[in-house]
Design a protein around this ligand. Structure first.
Ligand code: ATP
Ligand code: MG
Length: 663
């Protein structure tokens, strides 16, 4: 069972009775397996290259603050052992810990056998991998926690005493041994010979309680694990097989969404998530491709780029990389891609394509192209030599998730391909009469040019009556403000007034609609609590917006953190900056469109036709690059050919056999 096994780096720490580390040994690539013994009690098996160790698990403490970085600590107080796990695929680690916790909660609910009962049972030793987590398990664990919380509330003396003594005499009727569950009790251990509980490791304050880890309701937990569409799952499987892949699809088919899941499925120490632009990089929690590569703008001759990438910290990063993710690859210049491929081979001292790195590229070439200077010849990434050499598989996502309205999706498909039949232009022209303002939230204006954005936001803020408030970002390193301004969606200094139109730049609570791109208006400040802005969102939720953190990995591996209120002014944003976003209510002027794909990017940000207003639609803004169209036509042709004879209908290219053999 996939979630019962985890392969990662494990540092095994042996602890003294006071909780100090007395010995520690680090092992790479150990396998942890959750199983049951002959008494159906939980065992954690660690498989070393030449031996294995098994621990009976009755108590467990988990520190999972860094689970997103693929790290966690599992403490087994009964065995005085602490396992420091690192370099785990974050999603896998999360599910492993959830399985461990939930199954243990279920077992605790049933109670444990005594040593005596075990001795007299006469059973043979057994180890069986634990069964997959079911909704029933989650429900049982959840109920057990509720029950335990109620019991502990009832057992709680009116005057709380300072230690375990108030808890030590609590016993649970009908069970030989039950370690009470949930809440603070999960940080308590029991002695073998009774129901006495005492606090273990008072010196380890940051261990999570089980109730916190399992705090999500069972249905939500399972829903989260089945969220990918079948075609998204196919891509994920292909990535897991180690293929170098390009996956594409129209706007809103969930490419970036899937990338986040892919990142969660790969080992963090060897995975580098990048994108062609800062905004797109931030969207997937990564860095820019330029920042990763450490070759400046990449315009210098190849030899110079190699020298730049040979700097110790940059080279270390290139060597550590086994999986390179690039979002919005349509904006990566073909010449740059060829240079990167060359640099990768030289720095990694490998003749394999891209130095043996697995490439996971995603984007839509019918959206914005690479930025070029006037007079410069544009070369798309798919026209590069490296593309032909390195990419083994291309897959397409076809299920649009951003919009639900089929007729709007159909209109967008025409615009994407540079086509504008009458019904498309009639429908889009008619949107200029749409009234999309709601509850004081005005539509965000998408502008073709950056200068217009600045002007609209500054002048609109000025026009508002009332005092302005400034919110200053806190950066972990001084001197990075300018760099962070390009990477981070929030500015170093954010000026707001009551009535300011804002956009949320972070997913705060997806269930309640507080998602990246959600539009709202500042209604007041939370005077009781640091004066954080209070925002009323289009989705109907009013929320105090507290500062959030953004972590960026710089070239050379260092990280820098910006802490700022996750809002930005949203009277206007540029179409280039909007690439990758989903917007609630959006207005645009397309008369000065200057790029192929630009109108498509702007239009496809809207979640619905009702939430869209095009002020001046004309057919001339709908443009697609003929080279890109023929690239997609070739893909479609191969797709159709494969459809007849090949099982995997979304797979367009068969793998490049030479690249496969070498990896
Ligand atoms: N499997 C899914 N289930 C539910 N929602 C999804 C799924 N996949 C994507 N979405 C949602 O669809 C919207 C669009 O997804 P996303 O931004 O990843 O699309 P995209 O293909 O990257 O678009 P673009 O080309 O514009 O960057 C997001 O709100 C995302 O949360
Ligand atoms: Mg995207």
């Amino acid at each position: 069972m996939e979630n019962a096994c985890l392969c990662c780096t494990v540092c095994i720490e042996e602890l003294s009775s006071t909780g100090n580390v007395v010995r520690k040994v680090q092992h790479r690539n150990l396998t942890l397996t959750i199983g049951r013994d002959e008494f159906k009690e939980m065992q954690l098996k660690i498989t070393f290259p030449k031996k294995e160790s098994k621990y009976l698990v009755k108590e467990l403490l988990i520190h999972k603050k860094f689970v997103k970085d693929g790290k966690a600590t599992v403490k087994l107080p009964d065995h005085k052992v602490q396992l420091m796990l690192s370099n785990c695929p974050p999603d896998k680690l999360m599910m492993f810990l959830k399985t461990l916790q939930t199954k243990l909660d279920c077992l605790k609910d049933k109670g444990f056998l005594s040593q005596r009962q075990k001795l007299f049972s006469g059973k043979h030793r057994e180890f069986e991998e634990i069964s997959p987590l079911t909704l029933k398990d989650l429900q049982t664990a959840h109920n057990a926690k509720v029950k335990a919380t109620q019991k502990s509330k009832l057992a709680m003396p009116s005057k709380p005493s300072s230690s375990s003594s108030s808890l030590s005499t609590a016993s649970i009727a009908g069970k030989k041994r039950t370690s009470d569950q949930g809440g603070h009790l999960s940080s308590l251990s029991q002695k073998e010979n009774g129901d006495k509980r005492q606090k273990v490791s008072p010196g380890v304050p940051k261990f999570m309680t089980m109730s916190k880890i399992n705090g999500i309701s069972p249905s939500k937990v399972l829903a989260k694990s089945v969220m990918l569409t079948p075609e998204q799952n196919q891509v994920l499987e292909m990535v897991k097989k180690g293929r170098s892949i390009f996956f594409t699809g129209s706007a809103g088919t969930g490419k970036s969404f899937l990338l986040k899941r892919i990142i969660g499925a790969l080992p963090p120490n060897h995975t580098f998530a990048t994108a062609s632009t800062g905004v797109a990089a931030c969207h997937i929690g990564g860095t820019t491709l330029h920042s990763f590569a450490g070759i400046g703008s990449g315009k210098a001759p190849l030899q110079q780029c190699i020298e730049l990438a040979s700097r110790q910290r940059v080279a270390q990063q290139w060597r550590a990389c086994k999986h390179l993710i690039i979002d919005e690859v349509s904006m990566v210049d073909g010449e740059l891609f060829d240079k990167l491929e060359n640099v990768a081979r030289v720095i990694r001292k490998s003749d394999q394509p891209f130095g043996g790195i697995q490439l996971i590229l995603c984007g839509d070439f019918l959206q914005l192209p690479p930025v070029t200077r006037p007079g410069e010849i544009r070369r798309f990434c798919f026209q590069s030599e490296a593309w032909q050499k390195c990419l083994e598989t291309t897959m397409q996502l076809t299920d649009v998730k951003r919009q639900a309205d089929k007729s709007f999706i159909n209109i967008l498909q025409y615009v994407r391909k540079g086509m504008c039949p009458d019904f498309v232009s009639d429908t889009l022209q008619a949107t200029k009469h749409h009234i999309i303002e709601k509850d004081g939230v005005v539509a965000t204006r998408l502008c073709t040019h950056k200068v217009d954005v600045e002007e609209i936001n500054v002048s609109s803020l000025k026009e508002l009556q009332g005092e302005s408030r400034k919110f200053a970002a806190t950066d972990s390193e001084e001197g990075y403000a300018l760099h962070l301004n390009t990477l981070c969606p929030v500015p170093a200094s954010l000026e707001l007034k009551i009535g300011a139109q804002v956009m949320l730049c972070k997913n705060l609570d997806v269930q309640r609609g507080l998602v990246n791109g959600a539009r709202g208006v500042v209604t007041s400040y939370d005077t009781k609590n640091h004066g954080h802005p209070v925002v009323k969102f289009v989705c109907g939720v009013t929320e105090i917006i507290k500062p959030s953190r953004w972590v960026f990995r710089l070239s050379g591996g260092n990280t820098v953190v910006r802490r700022q209120v996750p809002l930005k002014l949203a009277w206007a944003i540029s179409i280039h900056k909007s690439q990758g976003m989903t917007l609630d209510c959006v207005e645009m002027s397309l008369s000065r469109v200057f790029e192929t794909g630009q109108a498509y990017v702007a239009l496809s940000r809207a979640k619905s036709l009702e939430g869209l207003r095009v002020l001046d639609f004309s057919n001339s803004c709908v443009r697609a690059d003929p080279r890109v169209l023929s690239f997609y036509n070739r893909l479609d042709l191969r797709h159709r050919m494969m459809h007849n004879g090949i099982e995997d209908e979304n797979e367009i290219f068969r793998p490049n056999p030479s690249a496969m053999a070498k990896r």
